[in-house]
Design a protein around this ligand. Structure first.
Ligand code: NAP
Ligand code: G3H
Length: 483
């Protein structure tokens, strides 16, 4: 990667179908979390440019929606093809920009192409319905209701840094298939990856103006976008605090929020430890724990706790630590403040007598994988999402106590239960407050056609391909009053 600032690319924003420099004359430097140097610049677009992009999207959306589903699907299929053609370059950008391992960055691009193709197929196979009036008391057969779906208008898609391609496309693809225009606001750290992805969509022949990519700090243009009267729906993925802010600011438009989590792994004393340890390690530490669905606490029955902790210790000490270029599991966190935040959680727990089993080492924004035992309810690490490689272990006496602690969290994204007794698993699953409960497996979003949702502070509304198509369109009823 070039380190000479004068040789670095200044990327243009994609506004109304053209690649443009912002009239602000301002750019934002994007620094690689592991190279620790600037890798490029993106435009800081202005409010006037946002206005123009939204106007263009409304104009273009009408023609876009008038195309047949097959025609829209063909554009998206070509987009998927372009992503695969440029897999290496796009994955390289993801790796440099957000520090995700080379293999996982490539997987993200391939998963995105698969998601787009599945979205096309799902949309092609969704049907409306018709109803006769006589199904209701006093109703008549002469009333025939035809229920179809239509687009909402212009969808604002706001994505987080940690899946800069996949989580953006999981909003853009259903929005487009449903016939909407799109304003895409990527995470600033993640913008270059977003730009590469939109270059592919442009090459695939998306009609000009249907989508604009507005780069710029959320703190600067975020509120303006969210409050804009030209936005008809918002699909947001990111932190809970940002999500709360959005839900206060947006008015009278549909809002889907996928937010933070504190996913627990509940380990019963009869758990298969091979499966449990593998799932917890992978679930908690891949990409240094920077996944909304990472396992962020272990709640274990005290009868098996010593054995579990010993096995986890061994695995944690053997995790590869270093660089995304070497596909290390533990890589530098997205920036220094994020590493400071994780370190504060560790320090607080140790000051309150948690037992350090492994880790608590740091080099700049690289936090070594840290395992803490005997974590208690008075410690921040028991409740706060670290978005980093620290795993607290909380010991409990019973399933009841495990569920109680699991549910005391403000979050409710996913949970894992490890037991060999399926009746017990189902009984616990029923009581856990979460969007998804995994039995004998790690918490994770995929496969991408499953519904994906968080409850409580983890979100509002449902994603997953089918549900995203539904939330980005509305029902329209036409009633035939027959003679
Ligand atoms: P974040 O700081 O909340 O940022 C998410 C997005 O919101 C970024 O595009 C950001 O732009 C934008 N933003 C910031 N302030 C805004 C405002 N006032 N109005 C509109 N947009 C605004 O989250 P992150 O650090 O990127 O991602 C980590 C968090 O996301 C974690 O909490 C994680 O659990 C959560 N997450 C949840 C899911 C899920 O599906 N449940 C998936 C992935 C991540 P800037 O980058 O320009 O600030
Ligand atoms: O970071 C949040 C993502 O939705 C997690 O996706 O479970 O496939 O890693 P994943």
């Amino acid at each position: 990667m070039a380190s000479n600032v004068s040789e670095l690319t200044t990327y243009k924003a994609y506004l109304g179908g053209k690649w443009e420099e912002s009239s602000s004359g301002q750019t934002i430097a994007i620094k690689s979390p592991y190279l620790r140097e600037t890798i490029g610049f993106v435009q800081a677009v202005t409010q006037e440019e946002v206005d123009a992009a939204i106007r263009a999207a409304h104009q273009a959306q009408k023609k876009w929606a008038a195309l047949s589903l097959n025609e829209r699907g063909a554009v998206l299929d070509r987009w998927a093809d372009e992503l695969i053609k440029n897999e290496k370059e796009i994955a390289g950008t993801v790796m440099h920009e957000v520090g995700k391992g080379d293999r996982d960055s490539r997987k993200e691009v391939v998963r995105t192409a698969d998601l787009i193709r599945y979205t096309v197929q799902e949309a092609l196979h969704m049907h409306g319905e018709s109803l006769r009036g006589d199904g209701f008391p006093g109703g008549s057969q002469k009333k025939l209701g035809i229920v179809e779906r239509e687009p909402l208008g212009v969808v604002l898609a706001i994505s987080p840094f940690n899946y800069p391609v996949n989580l953006a496309a999981s909003k853009i693809a259903p929005a487009l298939m449903a016939g909407n225009g799109v304003i895409f606001k990527p995470a600033t750290q993640g913008s270059i990856s977003g730009i590469k992805m939109i270059e592919a969509l442009d090459k695939a022949g998306l009609p000009k103006g249907v989508l604009s990519l507005t780069t710029g700090r959320g703190s600067v243009i975020g509120d303006y976008l969210v409050e804009h009267k030209g936005i008809n729906m918002i699909s947001f993925t990111g932190g809970t605090n940002t999500g709360r802010r959005l839900s206060k600011q947006s008015t009278m438009i549909p809002l889907v929020l996928e937010l933070g989590g504190k996913d627990p792994a509940l380990v019963c004393e009869d758990a298969d430890l091979d499966v449990t340890v593998k799932s917890i390690i992978n679930g908690a530490f891949s990409y240094s724990g920077q996944r909304c669905t990472a396992i962020k606490r272990v709640i274990v029955n005290e009868k098996i706790a010593d054995r579990l902790v010993a096995r986890l210790k061994n695995e944690v000490e053997n995790l590869s630590v270093g660089s995304p270029e070497e596909d290390s599991t533990i890589v530098p966190l997205i920036d220094d403040p994020s590493a400071d935040f994780v370190q504060r959680l560790i320090d607080d727990a140790l000051a309150r007598n948690a037992t350090l089993i492994a880790g608590n080492r740091r080099r700049d924004n690289l936090i070594y994988p840290t395992l803490l035992d005997n974590v208690t309810k008075d410690m921040d690490v028991a409740w706060i999402e670290p978005f980093g490689p620290v795993l607290p272990v909380i010991r409990v006496k019973s399933d009841r106590e495990a569920v109680e602690i699991a549910n005391q969290s403000e979050f409710g994204l996913q949970a894992s239960i490890f037991t060999q007794d399926i009746d017990r698993a189902l009984a616990v699953a029923r009581q856990v407050e979460a969007g998804t409960v995994q039995i004998n497996g790690r918490t994770e979003r995929g496969p991408d056609h499953f519904p994906f949702l968080g409850v409580k502070a983890s979100g509002m509304g449902v994603q997953g391909i089918h549900n995203s198509l539904l939330s980005m369109s509305r029902q329209k009823v036409t009633v035939l009053n027959l003679k």
